[in-house]
Design a protein around this ligand. Structure first.
Ligand SMILES: O=P(O)(O)OC[C@H]1O[C@](O)(CO)[C@@H](O)[C@@H]1O
Length: 533
């Protein structure tokens, strides 16, 4: 199957712009609308023939059946023997979902109601700190217990009407130091977000926060909340059961912002808007489950990704939100995509016969334009770009800024596609008075190859509902790509070795006993020990 796709990519001739000239309806044919979103993948080399081949590959991989198995609560995460049910966290219809014969929905909705009660009480000043109304909330977590809440809280800044939310993740003491500076322990609530409640970074930061809190209040434990699956470990830390918001092991870390891990988001924007975010995600879930594959937005987004990565062989993709408040979305997608699909063996444990998922990177526009777009336009590697932009901003008084923002976004995808030919560049240089060899030399620097693919996701406005849809859209894209690559997208064994070695090296840094370590590691330890003051 992949050979057919690769042959199509190798045979693709002519420029993307010519595809528009040949088919005036191309933009409509290679785009899809769904509930306030437009995904346009027409500025790529995908043709009807390519799409047909990609869809056939998708069918061969039984994506639809595997999707249904996920939604039905089957243990599709086979290396950990778990179901994958982040979708249950936004199943507000309460339609039963059975895991091992037990409906998980009553528990999900009960926890959601507890979170709502707590968030309301905190926002209303009913739940207080030992120095009065809580003014600041510090979420301590890392990876999936950090990136989602941080990303969504920033994204929904126009809706904030609760206490200020801060996020600490790095074990680097600078992170918690800078966060706590200026906060008052007596009016601060600390959320310890950790599915396992064993993650070194989070536990170190939680202990530091508790010590800081103990300096300012009599009973630090009263101003801590835990979001975890590990009640016993939370109890050992000293957080009482009514301050634990639990979830089950079928919620993966990077898929967890919809449940208790999203408590900081709920505190910031309120339970009503948090529900709107869940409803947006649930709408995308329904679309993913019900729309035929050729009219299914997550499937088409996945196929565009696979075409570029597997078919055309482009090793990375850039996520480029023209939306300052989506500034953490590239980092969020890095974990979502690379922790999910960065695997070298198949479900069966055999070496993959395809490259694993691509490197994902990005930055919000227009900032990226003044940093790395040079390479995107004129470097020798092709980087498929995934642009995102809202039709409206949240600042009506600054509508002219938004027009500039949108114009830049659209201009970039157009420039990538059109490029600038040598003849056009020669014309520009001739106008400036160059001639002969110097004109040729100058023109070469100013020519753009063009024909570089991009997709654009446009939404009306970045509301809680739209954010929910967009994140769920990408979650399902990762699922489809994972199934088609034959990968288990829901484990992350690749993070374990480094964690284990860090535990070994910690005492070595104290003792300096480097026997058994390689020469480089031993040299680094020695340098650090002699320079750490
Ligand atoms: O929520 P926890 O258990 O602290 O884990 C945090 C993160 O660490 C990881 O396990 C990777 O190290 C992620 O998958 C997870 O999101």
């Amino acid at each position: 199957m992949i050979d057919r796709i690769r042959n199509l990519a190798a045979r693709a001739s002519g420029d993307i712009i010519e595809l528009f000239e040949k088919a005036p309806d191309r933009a409509r044919e290679f785009s899809i609308h769904f509930d306030g979103l437009l995904f346009d993948y027409s500025k790529t080399r995908i043709t009807h023939e390519v799409l047909e081949a990609l869809l056939e590959w998708c069918e061969t991989c039984e994506v639809a059946a595997k999707r249904d198995a996920m939604f039905a609560g089957q243990a599709i995460n086979k290396t950990e023997g778990r179901a994958v049910l982040h979708t249950a966290l936004r199943n507000l219809s309460a339609e039963p979902i059975l895991v091992d014969g037990r409906d998980v929905m009553p528990g999900v909705l009960k926890t959601l109601a507890r979170m709502e009660g707590f968030a309301e009480d905190l926002r209303a000043g009913v739940v207080q700190g030992q120095g009065g109304r809580v003014t600041d909330v510090v979420n301590i977590g890392i990876g999936g217990s950090h990136l989602g809440p941080e990303m969504a809280t920033l994204a929904l800044a126009p809706y904030h009407d609760g206490p200020r939310c801060h996020f600490v993740s790095n074990v680097d003491g600078a992170d918690i130091h800078d966060c706590l500076q200026g906060l008052d322990p007596a009016t601060t609530l600390v959320i310890v977000a950790s599915k396992s409640f064993t993650t070194t970074e989070t536990m170190a930061n939680a202990a530091t926060a508790r010590a800081w809190m103990a300096e300012g209040v009599d009973d630090p434990g009263k101003q801590f909340v835990a979001l975890s699956t590990a009640d016993d470990k939370v109890a050992d830390f000293g957080i009482s059961p009514e301050r634990i918001f639990g979830f089950e092991d079928w919620v993966g870390g990077r898929y967890s912002m919809w449940g208790p891990i999203g408590l900081a988001i709920m505190i910031a924007i309120g339970p009503v808007r948090f529900r709107e975010m869940l409803e947006g995600a649930a709408a995308m879930d329904r679309h993913f489950r019900e729309a035929p594959l050729p009219e299914n937005m997550p499937v088409l987004l996945a196929l565009a990704g696979l075409w570029h990565h597997q078919g055309c062989g482009y090793p990375t993709r850039a996520v480029l939100p023209y939306d300052q408040r989506l500034g953490r979305l590239p980092a969020y997608f890095q974990q979502l995509e690379m922790e999910s699909n960065g695997k070298r063996v198949s479900m069966a444990g055999e070496p993959l016969d395809l490259p694993s998922g691509p490197v994902v990177w990005g930055e919000p526009g227009t900032n990226g334009q003044h940093a790395f777009y040079q390479l995107i336009h004129q470097g020798t590697q092709v980087v498929p770009c995934e642009f995102m932009v809202a039709a409206q901003g949240h600042e009506p008084d600054l509508a002219h800024h938004h027009t500039l923002l949108v114009a830049n976004c659209l201009a970039q995808s157009e420039a990538l596609m059109r490029g600038r030919s040598m003849d056009e560049a020669r014309g520009l240089m001739a106008e400036k008075g160059f001639s002969g060899k110097e004109l040729e030399r100058q023109a070469a620097h100013r020519a753009f190859p063009g024909n570089r693919p991009s997709t654009t996701l446009v939404y009306d406005k970045l509301t809680p509902r739209r954010l929910g849809q967009i994140v769920a859209l990408y979650e399902h894209r990762v699922f489809v790509e994972g199934v088609m690559l034959g990968i288990n997208s829901f484990d992350q064994w690749g993070v374990e070795l480094g964690k284990a070695l860090a535990k070994e090296i910690e005492p070595v840094l104290e003792s300096g006993e480097t026997s058994g370590k390689d020469g480089s590691t031993a040299q680094l330890v020695e340098f650090i020990r002699t320079h750490r003051g």
